[in-house]
Design a protein around this ligand. Structure first.
Ligand code: ATP
Length: 575
């Protein structure tokens, strides 16, 4: 299989870019510091000159002669006096420095009447939550002083609170999620619905900081991301917790540029969250997330897709270089995952053998293999009805040993299918994503922690939360990566996805697999027939053959190497 060359910008890495940007910023800061007095004096001279010009214009014509005479006399005096020019220059510089100083606008005396009303009513609303009857000096009391508790506040252009720091009594149970949730809910309602708020609880200082979050951009389409190998961009978030940014194009036609903070998931041998579970309501965008991950994974690795949804949402990937299989039927899913389980064990055994011999891991164990499963619970139910193999049972080895074997499992499931997820899937998928509307309980049960932001009323598709292991919960917006064969997809987004697809591989024999030769040309729109056949390209088939040989020698009998699936249609790479 031909490997696509690594784009130069990716091989350089983002670290160099970030360093150069940091250097430029430091140089600009230092230059501003050094030149500051000069800038002030220049500004002052400009202000003096314009004041002089204004005076001259305002002076009546008949008096201008006298003024000129007076100025000439002063100049003459200065020139003739000992050290006159020097003293005059010093005086001029001093006057320029004084007039050139930055004048900060006078701070507003206090909140405007409407703002005062909002602060007072917010204070009153908090009284029942932050007061106790036996408190001798209550911070919060009916008709009390809000200025004692709101140490900082800011309003936006519409007169709504944009930033607020609230002090609360030490006895408030801020360590209890229910107590926090009550306050957050109240503040969300009182500060204005329809916006997202971030709540920062400082338990040591008994202070709560409320910040209004700008909406996450929804106009970022799939595109090549500047990441290192092993890094996958799940989506974009706000800069509160993420320092790194990625240079991106956005807008209806990708015409604008911006640096946006990403949620980057690291996979591979050093990953602490080697597998991912994404959950959402129907239509929340989990399939889109899987497609986005697949397109990024194909830069460096091979992909097997198992689609329980069966709506052909991954048809655009069928037969592409690096896509080993796109399965929509139970038998195909089982065959492909049996192969993946054996491949995982082959890789482990080969790497172990190399370690023992003191050699680096063999090349064919290092290329990342991605297993992407969309709604595997559908196959679980089908298998239970037929008495067949549940594809999830074949994920044991990839989930347990995937990190060492460079095998990554990504599972997308709907909330109502969560109960059908096998225990190893729940246990080993430590990177978690929730997309679309979800209750606080659902969010906490999937992410393991509640988000510190309020949910928005109208969730755009692809919006949700991500949490990597025990890290913070991030807001997330998945890049728009629609099915290019869907009629509803806009032309710009269709083209963005088509541009990222690897070249299509050519079938070796005339007997092309179902759906492979009937797939429309890239430019075409419309639904394609759902492919049911396993597609293994030449390189993958060679790997399977090698696996068979290698595992014959080293893998215990309980994990025999699997040959390429019997119903596999072998396609040769065209490039
Ligand atoms: N990140 C996104 N940006 C823009 N549109 C999106 C995004 N994610 C999903 N969508 C749109 O939302 C719709 C549903 O997306 P998708 O099929 O991925 O959802 P799903 O959760 O897999 O639902 P289902 O399983 O019912 O197909 C599609 O029209 C898709 O284009």
């Amino acid at each position: 299989m031909a490997r696509r060359p690594l784009p130069r910008i990716l091989s350089n890495g983002s670290a160099q870019l970030a360093r150069s940007r940091e250097l430029a910023r430091t140089a600009a800061d230092s230059a501003t510091d050094v030149l500051h007095p000069l800038i002030t004096i220049t500004r002052g001279l400009r202000r003096l000159a314009s004041a002089g010009r204004r005076r001259w214009v305002d002076t009546p014509k008949e008096r201008r002669g006298a003024v000129l005479l007076a100025v000439a006399a002063v100049l003459m005096g200065v020139v003739l006096a000992p050290y006159g020019p020097l003293l005059a220059a010093v005086a001029l510089m001093a006057a320029a420095a004084w007039h050139g100083r930055e004048r900060t606008p006078a701070a507003p005396a206090g909140p405007a009447p409407g703002q005062l009303q909002r602060l007072t009513s917010l204070y009153e609303a908090l009284v029942p939550y932050f007061s106790a009857s036996d408190d001798p000096e209550p911070l919060y009391a009916r008709g009390g002083d809000w200025e004692k508790v709101f140490s900082e506040y800011e309003f936006d252009g519409d007169g709504r609170l944009a930033h607020l720091v609230i002090s609360y009594p030490a006895y408030f149970t801020d360590a209890e999620p229910e107590s926090r949730a009550r306050i957050e809910q109240l503040l969300g309602a009182k500060c204005g619905r329809g916006r997202e708020y971030h709540f920062g609880w400082d338990e040591e200082a008994n202070q709560l900081t409320v910040r209004v979050l700008a909406p996450l951009p929804t106009d970022i389409a799939a595109q090549p991301f500047v990441t290192a190998p092993g890094e996958t961009v799940l989506g974009f978030t706000d800069p509160t917790r993420v320092r790194r940014t990625l240079p991106l194009t956005h807008g209806a036609h990708g015409e604008e540029r911006a640096d946006v903070p990403p949620v980057v998931w690291r996979t591979g041998v050093r990953s602490t969250e080697p597998h991912l579970l994404a959950v959402g309501q129907p239509g929340s965008g989990t399939s889109t997330l899987l497609r986005s991950i697949a397109l990024q994974a194909l830069h460096h690795g091979d992909v097997v897709i198992v689609d329980g949804g069966g709506t052909g949402e991954y048809a655009c990937l069928t037969g592409r270089d690096g896509v080993l299989a796109v399965e929509c039927a139970l038998s195909g899913a089982v065959t492909s995952l049996e192969w993946a389980a054996a491949e995982t064990e082959r890789r482990l055994a080969a790497a172990g053998k190399a370690h023992q011999a003191g050699d680096p891991p063999p090349e064919d164990t290092r290329r990342p293999l991605w297993l992407l499963l969309d709604r595997p619970s559908v196959f679980t139910h089908l298998a239970a009805a037929d008495g067949g193999t549940d594809p999830q049972s074949l994920l044991q080895a990839p989930l347990r040993h995937g990190r060492a074997a460079n095998v990554t499992v990504v599972v997308a499931e709907q909330f109502d299918g969560i109960d059908a997820l096998a225990a190893p899937v729940r246990q080993h998928t430590r990177a978690r994503v929730v997309l679309g509307p979800a209750t606080a309980g659902q969010l906490e049960s999937v992410l393991g922690a509640p988000p510190h932001t309020t949910p928005v009323d109208q969730m755009p598709p692809g919006r949700g939360y991500a949490r990597l292991g025990t890290g913070p919960v991030h807001r997330l917006q998945v890049p728009a990566t629609p099915d290019p064969y869907d009629d509803a997809t806009s032309e710009a987004h269709r083209q963005a996805v088509l541009d990222l697809l690897p070249p299509r591989t050519t079938p070796v024999d005339e007997e092309a697999p179902v759906g492979a030769d009937s797939a429309p040309a890239e430019e075409g729109a419309g639904q394609v027939p759902v492919p049911e056949a396993v597609l293994l390209d030449k390189a993958a088939t060679e790997k399977v053959a090698a696996a068979a040989m290698a595992t014959d020698a080293v893998v215990p009998e309980t994990a025999p190497a699997q040959p390429a699936p019997k119903d596999a249609a072998v396609a040769e790479s065209s490039s």
